[in-house]
Design a binder for this molecule. Structure first.
Ligand code: NDP
Length: 284
């Protein structure tokens, strides 16, 4: 079998086009949705992520309020900024780019974001809502993965789904979303004994580890759908957590790296911001 390649770039473009239309309609009767982005320090990867997010906002017609602060910004100053953004009526979403510098307690800063402006879906309240099946913000990367699975018309009902990685921002919400779609979910992590055996049983594999090509193609069950969240720099190349070429020989559908999950993450952030504006100001 040679897998269908799930084109995250094309799907993200479609989502952004739909969002732009929604934003235009919304802004006719209200103000444009607004996203505040806080970046502290000069970590190059974070700077690139923030640039991509603000560019996404601009293209979709979402107003963005950028706060680019020096690395020595105090925790107190950050908390005061987040409090101001929390009270700002033009702001529907607050995104604090992680990681924050070591002298700042990231949890203390994030805790100041009101749950109804937590468009990253990182706060315990939104994670709790996901677990109990109440509406709230879902973390952008797992939300994007669900859209990719649907785009690939992946049968989920009763499927054996395997999530590799249990971080609060990717693995754990991913497991909940798959469970909500009636998958039988297995979560693997660094202490899992026989990862290969779990992969071999899975109809759906979501790899979110951060180790280049650790999921071997030969482990993948014939006809499985494989979503590769991992982004690993190897020399001057970006590779995923899955051995792509070999896995594509066996899978029915697979995401590439780059061009799979990454573009969808930003599209989902924009989508959450528009949803927030709609919820806060009324119908679109
Ligand atoms: P974390 O480092 O927070 O979590 C990694 C997870 O992988 C942990 O749960 C860890 O287990 C598990 N793990 C480590 N080694 C193994 C192993 N040998 N076998 C099985 N599991 C293992 O990473 P994130 O969740 O934040 O991100 C994961 C990857 O996804 C990274 O490459 C990151 O760059 C990428 N990413 C990509 C995004 C995108 O938009 N494309 C967005 C977010 C992340 P344990 O808990 O036991 O330590």
């Amino acid at each position: 079998m040679s897998a269908r390649i799930i084109d995250g770039k094309a799907l993200a473009k479609k989502v952004r086009r739909e969002l732009k239309a929604r934003v235009e309609t919304f802004a006719e009767t209200h103000r444009p949705p607004g996203l505040a982005v806080v970046l502290v320090g000069d970590d190059p990867a974070s700077a690139v992520y923030v640039r991509n997010k603000t560019r996404g906002c601009r293209r979709a017609g979402i107003e963005h309020f950028d706060h680019i602060l020096p690395a020595d910004t105090s925790q107190q100053a950050l908390i005061e900024l987040v409090d101001r953004l929390a009270a700002d009526q033009r702001v529907d979403g607050i995104l604090v780019q992680l990681p924050l510098p070591a002298h700042v307690d990231a949890r203390a800063v994030l805790a100041r974001i009101p749950a109804d402006k937590d468009v990253d879906g990182f706060l315990p309240e939104n994670i709790g809502r996901l677990v109990v099946g109440e509406p709230g913000f879902v973390a952008c990367t797992p939300a994007g993965v669900m859209r990719l699975l649907d785009e690939a018309e992946t049968p989920l009902e009763g499927a054996e789904a395997l999530v590799i990685g249990r971080s609060n921002i990717v693995g754990k919400p991913m497991g909940q979303l798959l469970l909500a779609r009636n998958c039988t979910v297995t979560m693997c992590h660094s202490r899992t004994r026989d990862l290969a055996a779990h992969v071999a049983r899975a109809d759906v594999v979501v790899a979110a580890v951060g180790r280049a090509e650790m999921v071997r193609g030969e482990w993948v069950k014939s006809g499985a759908t494989v979503i590769d969240v991992g982004t690993n720099r190897v020399g001057d190349k970006l590779v995923g957590d899955v051995e792509f070429a070999a896995a594509a020989e066996r899978a029915r559908a697979i995401t590439p790296v780059p061009g799979g999950v990454g573009p969808m993450t930003i599209a989902m952030l924009l989508s959450n911001t528009v949803d927030s504006a709609v919820r806060r100001l009324g119908i679109s």
